[in-house]
Design a protein around this ligand. Structure first.
Ligand SMILES: O=C(O)CCC(=O)C(=O)O
Length: 259
């Protein structure tokens, strides 16, 4: 699959691009199985990471990350073929996997404050994230919302949580980008985005895969090493649990993190 000139123009203009049915039905079904496999994995001290949150319906997984080394299907989908081809077109050079995560957002699962991803991954100059829907994502279930054409402005209203200041975010124009299983949305490291709580009765599982330009090197192992250390520091400082307990190097998650 290749992106059309119109899609590439839209990408340049908006800083994000939805590609409906990026995955074919067989690939979509495989993705949905793999997400369920990964969420059934037992906790691990030194391989993948699971994060949990307290929802009104009990404790649920909020996120899993660092699973590509341990899942052959995900590895082949995310490190070769059409995904890398599309990224090369969007980035103007070949891309290398930086990090991957699944955000589960079970019913009642927390939303994410308005932010740009750039401050979270500051050891690379530029990156692009590709989101794949495993479940339908709607305004009700907490799909992503983006601001078009604001990715060229650098960091916007950065607050002490690494997010966009609430008042500034409230004055920005947000577009809800609803997706079906198999749809992809590519977004720039400076594209402002946010999402709300899942108010539906079904999970809104979404895979997020972040790539950097190959010319910046392969930073994946260093990223996860740094992240593990950061999570240990947050836990020691009492910042790892509770409302807005950190699951990232920025404090965007609005759910109630539990361990
Ligand atoms: O999954 C979501 O609702 C938002 C995810 C997000 O923006 C993030 O994890 O940085």
């Amino acid at each position: 699959m290749t992106l059309t000139p119109e899609q590439l123009n839209q990408w340049q203009q908006d800083g994000f691009l939805k590609v409906a049915a990026f995955l074919n039905p067989t690939e979509t079904e495989a993705l949905q199985c793999w997400v369920e496999e990964i969420e059934s994995w037992a906790d691990s001290e030194d391989r993948w990471m699971h994060h949990r949150e307290e929802t009104p319906f009990g404790i649920r997984l909020s996120r899993s990350e660092n699973f590509v080394p341990y899942h052959a299907g995900m590895r082949s989908l995310l490190t070769q073929g059409q995904v890398l081809d599309a990224l090369a077109l969007l980035m103007g050079e070949s891309a290398v996997l930086y990090k991957e995560k699944i955000n589960y957002k079970y019913p009642g699962g927390g939303g994410y404050a308005a932010h740009q991803d750039a401050p979270a991954y500051d050891e690379i100059k530029h990156h692009v994230t590709c989101l794949f829907s495993s479940d339908p994502a709607t305004s009700q279930s907490g799909c992503l919302e983006f601001c078009a054409s604001r990715h060229r402005e650098g960091l916007i209203g950065l607050n002490d949580q690494g997010c966009i200041d609430r008042e500034i975010a409230d004055g920005m124009e947000w577009i809800a980008v609803e997706t079906e299983p198999g749809d992809a949305v590519f977004f720039d490291s400076y594209a402002p985005h946010r999402s709300s709580v899942n108010q539906s009765t079904a999970p809104r599982r979404t895979l997020y895969v972040t790539y950097n330009a190959r010319s910046e090197g392969d930073k994946r192992d260093a990223y996860y090493e740094r992240k593990r250390q950061a999570l240990i520091r947050y836990a020691a400082a009492g910042e790892g649990t509770g409302q807005s307990g950190r699951i990232s190097t920025i404090g965007h998650f609005q759910g109630k993190t539990v361990h």
